[in-house]
Design a protein around this ligand. Sequence first.
Ligand code: G4P
Length: 535
Amino acid sequence: MSSEPINEVSKVEQNDVYKQRRTFAIISHPDAGKTTLTEKLLLFGGAIREAGAVKGKKARRHATSDWMEIEKQRGISVTSTVLQFSYKNRRINILDTPGHEDFSEDTYRTLTAADSAVMLIDAAKGVEPQTIKLFEVCSMRGIPIFTFINKLDREGKEPLALLEEIEEVLGIRSCPMNWPIGMGQQFLGIYNRSDRRFERFTGRGEGTTNIQVDDIESEELRDVLGADLHEQLQEEVMLLDIAGDPFDADLVQRGKLTPVFFGSAIANFGVETFLNQFIELSPAPGPRRTDEGLVEPSDESFSGFVFKIQANMNPAHRDRIAFIRMCSGRFERGMNVNHVRTGKKISLAQPQQFFGQGREIIDEAFPGDIIGIFDPGLFRIGDTLTESGWFNFEPLPQFSPEHFARVNVKNTLKYKQFHKGLEQLAEEGAIQVYRQVNRTEDMILGAVGRLQFEVFQYRMNAEYGAEVELTNLPYSVARWIETPNLETLNYDRYSNLIVKDQDDRYVMLFPNEFATHFVIDKNPDVMLHTTSYGM
Ligand code: G4P
């Protein structure tokens, strides 16, 4: 009798916990400073104690993941995928988006688990290719994108030119939240537009000095900046006020406007200012689409989907972990859930989170959180888990691979193992498998990053006992075809190839992006899609 109202109260509180969650990914091109920025964010969250820069690239070229490297150097376990820490009443989940050699489909899929993205740009390099690809995936989902322009302590492109580049190359409007004064040797700091605060850059590791500027024309600011830079700042800020896009929270939420911040991750300058505004402006977990309508994070019953499966995280235990993005309800250790695809009830017995001192068994989690579950080979990428109901979250799309190879088993006696491995690794999402249309015995592999081939080859041998041979193919682009009639499709049979993907959808392989234009021009009723999204 008396317990009822208490339960009611705690239910309301529980339903609000997700509002504190901020689950995001940092998207960038290698070397823009993602590892450095991540480390600084962790410092603010108190997840690591020691300040100081991550070791140079040369010293860590053997590491396959940057996070593994932070782990080695800091003595903490961040074993990729997700880092969780608390900051100012918020629970932050940073999803790792592997870059460098381990850039793969995982990198893209991880973005489906994020509620927003931080786009990190090197001020000297501007918008780079890997950033464009990752941006496109975020943009397809319509999630908010925040921009941090890094390395202002070095000479780079003019800030206005960078904004123009973002708008032209990525097609998103931008709204600078602060503005840099000088650059490289002359970098003096940033001027925060909303609270009219000038943050003075005093060099690496020296901290910052804040100067409240009630009037941008003030003598005090002129004394600090010198007459020339002071004048330049006034002109540029006026230009932004008059001609720039004003801040519009609604456009930010819909991914149509990106708030832009400037700073230097290595000097830990501008990072705190960014973080403070980011946690206010970035969204808490929102509703997610399913085949039975929307699931709200405040819904009482647990639901989530598998966005990543990682094998052999611990070589000593040949284990597989399925990573689940929680979408609603409250997760409790040992709870029984519906595994929708197989129609089975399963127990989530040993949930793990990957942060702090190694893997931690968790007792509860909330929407926005990522849970790692031991996978005895049950899960597939995109699987839905629910506490009640048998709905499915939107299927995760397949993304255009950039590397293709024909695959054969070396020893034909191992044909059965070969097929089993191929099927399982494709289901796990480790690789994409295509069949040629008229020669179905010909298997073609597609990968977003080359390392995926190596991992595939290794695992086929180690886990299925099938040694495979890969022959590279001269394609670098795949497009899912939507056509009323495949027979009449006008295309160059010498340089393009039509194949079927794992779900029997038609895909055309091209040697390059340019070659796709020919097909588009010659076949006005045909649509080519860069992902299988919505097909
Ligand atoms: P990534 O994870 O995005 O690949 O980048 P990472 O943080 O490893 O940074 C790449 C390089 O850029 C590192 O240099 C790092 O120290 C440097 N860096 C990161 N943030 C800043 C910044 O704000 N200012 C400056 N000047 N440098 C920054 P490195 O590997 O040690 O050496 P090198 O590549 O410069 O030789």
